[in-house]
Design a binder for this molecule. Structure first.
Ligand code: 3HC
Ligand code: NAI
Length: 705
């Protein structure tokens, strides 16, 4: 029929096969092909049943996300699905891989659905700031009931085939080849004389829909008040419970279009593609093969080491955990067990799975045990002398070809690599705390890191289910280097007259998961002290620093661990309360700078903190420390609690307009001094009316920055 849709007639069965790699997205060619195939099958008097399958790894993974924001092209997906549902001959879809979004909606439009036992089905549109816009909100509740439909549509998590069967979303499971299963099922329909069975003609089961909808509405309004799509998902499901199909579909369409045109949808789609882009490394030859990683080791069983060892164990990779002595080792192993036990208590991990994972972690104290491992991640104290000792030992004992990685958060990776005779095998794997939970992994590419080692580091990131982003060597890499600017400006705001509550509140209203002062209290104010000292030693003398954090440290107010920091905490309770001892500290800090304390407005607070991120991000981009602006966004979305629906700091700046951002940066430069010197790239792009997303470094496009 077309390049992507093939129609075969096999006796009385019309077999429609879609082949649109890589994920059979329902782009315009597929929609056209499906409609043609269906019309041809309908018109062919010999055809008595229709079977729909996809070639490749998966059933349709949804609408073609690349088409969002482009002018619509006919036929629209709802039209195609309406034609399938209206077909006078029974249609069966055979699902394998993942039937997601519009993909599941196509299946729901078919009269019968069968799924391979390992398949998944879901309506993840909400994660892209959308709702299912091709009948999913109307048809799923009719099959599975309101409770399940709300869970799948508002939560966006796919479910397995067995669960789908339990909830009447599919009729039967199969194993093996989808094509053979589809044909066999279609033949059974014919043999048993079963005709079309239209989902749209069912009514929504259950009598408690109104209560379920009200409860979900209240929960979403409380938990994610800033999000646009979830409440609209609920409104669309509500329509299914009240309206006949045609009117419900119309309501769904209206709500879908509202979401489609919302800035949140654009930001979330940006985040989706940013994640896929990040694995592409411009100068890595296509033939680069990652090395095989069958076993790993972690040096240092502290906060990070234990979390990293768990990452490997969770991914099924045997890992050796090395500590300095037996006592420290036992403490580390116990911490690993305690961490898993929390998941068992919460019900997200079974006892037997915990034991299986812990058995993959072998505690050792002797470097000789590391001779055969394929990858070592060092997570010892942040001290160059200790790192030197460790890397020299690793160089001496590890087999040729083993990858030697450091989890350092601020030390010079090139210097660490130089402690070995194989700097090409050294790479940074910068995990974030807690390492077994946080998705972000900065893969630090040293000056001499080889292509194969970089490719392996990225592959390991994927295997550990991390979002791996390549960064270059500089103080703080991407995330912490930018955070330094953000944290400093937040502190300056305290000197100008704000309270921690005001700053944290304004940034939370913007969408940040936590405010900067609550974060500092959580991690401990002493942690930043070493970094501040180092920065003072190396940065130009005319740059002034805020002093509140140092004053709190000097007074022993280190945050949650001392019960008092920017906030005060009751024992055993993490709720931040006002710290009465803070006001004199803030006043003294303001006085020292000759500042009269003022009331600051929210917008000023947000701009001051966010534009500090953006200006530094622009420098990072221009220096080539990050490959592209979406990589910076990804780092902030996955490691720093930046709201996904704002797309990340660089995307946010693009959406504000770089000319406006620059104008504010210039004002701040004039008023607050050289911390705010505009990044040359920001000036250039603003002058040319361009965006960070549209800019590529010279080696990508041949353009000179
Ligand atoms: N549209 C366009 N491209 C898509 C796509 C889609 N729906 N889904 C995946 N792709 C692309 C990716 O960008 C990537 O392209 P690249 O190779 O050029 O980078 C390629 O397909 C492979 O994707 P992944 O790297 O993500 O492959 P995985 O095998 O890891 O995962 C997947 C496969 C589970 C299908 C995952 O890609 C996914 O979750 N896709 C999105 C599913 C989704 O959100 N569907 C709903 C779309 S909205 C919709 O349907 C609206 C409707 O209601 C009207
Ligand atoms: P930690 O102090 O909790 O743990 C360090 C561990 O290393 C201790 O258990 C210590 O006994 C062990 N150790 C010290 N010298 C050793 C040696 N020679 N051989 C074997 N073990 C040795 O420190 P933490 O927080 O786990 O940090 C480790 C590394 O991870 C540092 O480089 C740090 O900068 C980095 N990092 C820390 C993050 C955090 O949030 N804590 C986040 C990201 C990176």
């Amino acid at each position: 029929m077309t390049d992507v849709v093939r129609l075969e007639r096999l006796g009385a069965i019309a077999l429609v096969t879609v082949n649109n790699p890589p994920v059979n997205a329902l782009g315009v060619a597929v929609r056209q092909g499906l409609l043609h195939a269906l019309r041809a099958a309908e018109a062919d008097a010999e055809v008595r049943a229709v079977a729909l399958v996809c070639a490749g790894n998966t059933f349709f993974a949804g609408a073609d996300i690349k088409e969002f924001g482009q002018p619509p092209q006919a036929p629209a997906l709802p039209e195609v699905i309406a034609a399938i549902e209206a077909c006078t001959k029974p249609c069966v879809a055979a699902i394998h891989g993942t039937a997601l979004g519009g993909g599941l909606e196509v299946a729901l439009g078919c009269h019968y659905r069968i799924a391979r036992a390992d398949a998944k089905v879901g309506l993840p549109e909400v994660k892209l700031g959308l709702l299912p816009g091709a009948g999913g909100t109307q048809r799923l509740p009719r099959l599975a009931g309101v409770a399940k439909a709300l869970e799948m549509i508002v939560g966006g998590q796919p479910i397995g085939a067995a669960e789908a069967l339990e909830h009447r979303i599919v009729d039967e499971l199969f194993d093996g080849d989808p094509r053979a299963a589809a044909l066999a099922y279609a033949q059974r329909l014919l043999d048993e004389g079963r005709g079309p069975r239209r989902t749209g003609e069912l009514s929504v089961p259950g009598t408690d829909s109104a209560e379920l909808i009200a409860a979900r509405h209240a929960e979403v309004a409380k938990r994610t008040p800033g999000l646009f799509a979830p409440l609209r998902c609920i409104a669309a499901v509500d329509a299914a419970t009240r309206l006949p199909l045609a009117e419900g579909l119309e309501r769904e369409r209206q709500l879908f279009l509202e979401c489609l045109h919302s800035p949140q949808r654009a930001a979330l789609v940006h985040a989706f593609f940013a994640e896929r882009q990040a694995s592409k490394i411009a100068d890595l030859p296509a033939a680069t093969r990652p090395r095989e990683i069958a076993t790993a080791a972690v040096i240092g069983g502290g906060t990070m080491g234990v979390g990293i060892a768990l990452c490997f164990a969770n991914a099924g990779v045997p890992v050796k955990l090395l500590e300095v002595g037996e006592e420290a080792l036992q403490r580390a192993l116990q911490r690993a067990r305690d961490t898993c036990a929390v998941s068992v208590r919460r019900g997200s991990l079974s006892e037997s799975e915990m034991e299986r994972r812990l058995a993959l972690i072998a505690g050792v104290t002797d470097y000789a045990a590391l001779a055969e491992v394929d990858l070592v991640v060092e997570a010892v104290f942040e001290d160059m002398a200790v790192k030197q000792q460790v890397f020299e030992r690793l160089d001496a004992v590890c087999k040729p070809g083993a990858i030697l990685a450091s989890n350092t958060s601020s030390l010079d990776l090139n210097q660490i690599a130089a402690f070995t005779r194989r700097p090409e095998d050294v790479v940074g794997l910068h995990f974030f705390s807690p390492a077994n939970v946080m998705r972000l992994l900065e893969v630090v590419r040293g000056a001499r890191t080889s292509h194969a080692v970089l490719a392996t580091a990225m592959a390991i990131g994927k295997r550990l289910k991390k979002v791996a982003v390549v960064v270059g060597v500089c103080d703080g890499f991407v995330g912490n280097r930018m955070l330094f600017q953000y944290g400093r400006e937040a502190e300056f705001l305290l000197e100008e007259g704000a309270t921690p509550q005001q700053v944290d509140g304004a940034l939370r209203t913007f969408g940040m998961a936590m405010g900067p002062f609550a974060v500092r209290d959580l991690s401990g104010l002493d942690i930043g002290q070493a970094i501040r000292k180092r920065q003072r030693a190396i940065l130009p003398a005319h740059l002034t620093f805020p002093t509140v954090a140092d004053r709190l440290c000097a007074a022993g107010m280190l945050g949650q661990k001392t019960g008092v920091g920017y906030y005060r905490y009751e024992p055993g309770n993490r709720t931040p309360l006002e710290n009465p001892a803070l006001a004199p500290v803030l006043e003294a800090a303001s006085r020292e700078k000759g500042l009269e304390r003022q009331t600051l407005d929210e917008r000023y607070i947000v701009e001051r903190c966010l534009y500090a991120l953006v200006n530094e991000g622009a420098k990072i981009l221009e220096e080539g420390i990050a490959q592209r602006s979406s990589d910076i966004d990804l780092i902030y979305l996955n490691g720093y609690g930046f709201p996904a629906w704002r797309g990340g700091p660089m995307f946010y700046a693009d959406s504000v307009g770089l000319d406006k951002v620059l104008a504010t940066v210039k004002e701040l430069h004039a008023r607050c001094g050289d911390w705010w010197k505009p990044a040359p790239l920001l000036e250039k792009l603003a002058a040319e009316g361009r965006t960070f997303s549209g800019w590529q470094p010279a080696h990508h496009s041949g353009e000179q920055a």
